[in-house]
Design a protein around this ligand. Sequence first.
Ligand code: APR
Length: 246
Amino acid sequence: MGEQRRPHLVVFTGAGISAESGIQTFRASDGLWADHPVEEVATPEAWRRDPERVLRFYDQRRDQVRRARPNAAHKALALLEQRGFAVSIVTQNIDDLHERAGSRHVLHLHGEILKARSSVDPRMHYPLPSGGIRLGDRCDKGSQLRPDVVWFGESVPHFPDACEVVAQADLLLVVGTSLAVMPAASLLGHAPLKAPCVLVDPEAQTLAPPGVACLRAPAGKGVPALVQHWTREGRLWLPETLLGGA
Ligand code: APR
């Protein structure tokens, strides 16, 4: 495939793509936020009130991520890139499963759990101290280190970059997200008008905004099925046989 005319797939992923790897989603009845209220572990106020509890919560998340392995959906996206398609991934996930599967262009909208940052300057990133972040670990400005994740109520520094990536899509593949969180969910509105958009999610029919095609399936089945069609034909398209309720 010539470099100039490579079809560009932009993939926007949420917690659902990592569900089959054993990482809990957030908003299911047995999801993460049911046991750990957001306001107690994932806001700047929670951090000010009880940093130890917040660090403990992210230690557990990190253990879960380290135990997890990329699943068929992560692997299919990496394979598509290896087959010569331009693939850009914008993920809401803080895990590193896209990278471990082999994807090379991954933008983490909500940060990365395997990194640390200053608590006074979001631009100051640090490798994770061995054994995790502990109270007393400090940045170069003297502030406590915190997980490099975006909390509720904080701005999303990579949002403008994500908008630029989505605006370059020939096709937008959205996987495993309830589209409940802003500004992330508004990314769909930045795709070019001519670029088709499909949501792969077991709840796709209920969640897909108007104009977005639905593939009601778990990521580990739906994504490899699409990738198989695309690699076979060397183009990005939406096979009617896979979709319902576009
Ligand atoms: N394959 C695909 N999708 C799945 C699967 C699966 N195997 N299992 C569940 N899902 C879907 C659910 O149907 C749901 O639509 O994954 C979605 C998960 O939604 P949420 O839990 O709301 O997660 P997400 O959309 O990623 O949340 C966005 O909110 O909590 C914050 O910062 C956090 O990045 C997160 C953001």
